[in-house]
Design a protein around this ligand. Structure first.
Ligand code: 4AD
Ligand code: MG
Length: 464
């Protein structure tokens, strides 16, 4: 690497009247016989550097052949400017790495997000996607920062697992068995004893169960941040088959403590985004969600709404008299995205934490309430997205947990290690999972989850 400055650093330090070297890709161009303007970006910042190339340059002919997306190294004098940016460069030397041909798919004309999904390997070169993915990075950093500050240890839970953490049967099987010659037991069933791990294994839907074992009696406070996999056949703008989840788990914490932690975390994500990705957020707002920045600033400084599921259903039923929902609302049903979004966007107009759901629509591990009907669950709903976080206080009573698992006809022997927790040093504990892509959607204002993960995995699609 020669001694060159990242364009981000050029705008931070503004070394005016100095000769510097930058490297990058051409965003736009204006060429004439006398001089050329090139707008160059290297991906480290939303800001583009304008470079003026004089026609007297020895390889000016080569410069005139440059096209959009071509890669260059330029040495030149940085000078103050009155344009969009406070500085620009006067080129003294231009080295050309690669000139793109006419077939380059990202010509200047506006390209739709749908089209860009078909060329996902190139879309990070657009202003939109470089902004989204710089923001995604900042959100990842802010996640580690927030939980570290709250004394949580980052735990790497396994991706390969034998147990269904959500009990919803949405797992991808992992096997090295030969499909053409499946080994059979005497009873004619597939003999998984002969499979790689000697049993059925899957890709994990959640690191929660393993995180619980480390939180209770081990480290007290842990969080996971890793890929999770679901084979649910939901082809929506909010579901991926492979997504990243952040799952804190806290010993000695009630549902109320859990809600507080979630609120603090979401606000921290917003704060760091505004602090470190102001240019990116402004750009994305100007393109896709005009009021986004103002809304985020408001969310950062105001409390989240808390409402029980029972009250939320009552509100939605009342509203149904004048507002048409596709799915009618009744106690016991799982709230649909339209209901979640209505509550957060139109009714409360802020992030809303719905608590105490009917036990039938929630997972086996949630703490059972005295009413026998609800569990101490919480979902955090946000405008534009709907469910951002799902979590609960956990059932710490051995007998109650086993009883619920039996009711649900779960294969209890697979969970012996999870049940041990309720025998040895059991304490009240809580946790939640934040869908990381949904957080990126919420803060960026992007409306399709496929546009906030580098290479989306969705039903019938695993290109790239
Ligand atoms: O509500 P979920 O299923 O909860 C759990 O997995 C718990 N084990 C979490 C915990 O308590 N530790 O998922 C948590 C979040 C959802 O709120 C949603 O944001 C996201 O994960 N999510 C998805 N994101 C993208 N695509 C999917 N298919 C998702 N399924 C869930
Ligand atoms: Mg959920």
């Amino acid at each position: 690497m020669s001694d060159y400055l990242l364009i981000k650093k050029v705008f931070e330090a503004k070394p005016v009247d100095q000769t510097i070297i930058v490297k990058g890709w051409i965003k736009s161009l204006r060429q004439s016989k006398k001089f050329s303007f090139m707008v160059v970006n290297d991906g480290t910042t939303q800001k583009d550097l304008q470079i003026i190339v004089d026609g007297t340059l020895s390889n000016y002919e080569e410069v005139c052949k440059l096209t959009i997306g071509s890669s260059v190294e330029v040495e030149g004098l940085l000078v103050a400017a009155q344009g969009k940016q406070p500085v620009e460069m006067q080129a003294k030397r231009v080295h050309v790495y690669c000139v793109n041909g006419e077939d380059y798919p990202l010509q200047k004309k506006e390209t739709s997000l749908e089209y860009l999904r078909e060329i996902a390997h190139l879309r990070s070169r657009t202003n939109t996607f470089s902004a989204v993915f710089r923001l995604r990075h900042v959100l990842a950093q802010a996640t580690h920062e927030y939980f570290t500050n709250e004394s949580y240890a980052y735990l790497h839970t396994p991706i390969i697992t034998a147990s269904d953490a959500e009990g919803a049967g949405e797992m991808f099987r992992l096997s090295t068995l030969n499909y053409d010659k499946l080994p059979r037991t005497d009873k004619g069933q597939i003999d998984f004893k002969q499979d790689y791990f000697g049993r059925e294994t899957f890709l994990s839907v959640s690191g929660q169960l393993e995180a619980e074992t480390f939180a209770v009696g081990g480290l007290g406070r842990v969080y996971t941040f890793g890929p999770t996999f679901r084979s649910e056949n939901s082809n929506t703008a909010r579901h991926l088959s492979e997504f990243w989840m952040v799952e804190p788990e806290t010993a000695f914490a009630t549902l109320e403590d859990n809600a507080k932690l979630a609120t603090g975390y979401v606000k921290h994500l917003i704060k760091k985004s505004i602090e470190l990705c102001g240019d990116e957020l402004e750009f994305l707002a100007s393109r896709y969600a005009p009021d986004n920045l103002k809304t985020l600033e408001h969310v950062m400084t105001s409390p989240f709404e808390m409402v029980t599921y029972t009250n939320a259903v009552a509100i939605l039923q009342e509203v149904s008299k004048t507002h048409k929902f596709e799915f009618p609302v009744s106690w016991g049903m799982d709230l649909q995205t339209e209901h979640e979004r209505f509550l957060a966007e139109q009714y409360f107009k802020r992030p809303t934490i719905v608590t105490d759901y009917p036990k039938e629509i929630k997972s086996f591990y949630m703490k059972q309430s005295e009413d026998q009907k609800t569990v101490r669950a919480m979902d955090v709903l946000v405008p534009g997205v709907g469910e951002l976080i799902g979590g609960s206080q956990r059932e710490e009573n051995y007998d109650k947990l086993v009883h619920r698992m039996e009711e649900l006809k779960m294969d209890i022997k697979n969970y012996w290690w999870y049940l041990d927790l309720r025998k040895y040093g059991s304490v009240p504990h809580s946790g939640f999972g934040l869908g990381f892509e949904r957080a990126v959607m919420y803060i960026s204002g992007m409306t399709n989850i496929r546009d906030v993960i580098p290479f989306p995995r969705t039903p019938k699609n695993a290109e790239f």
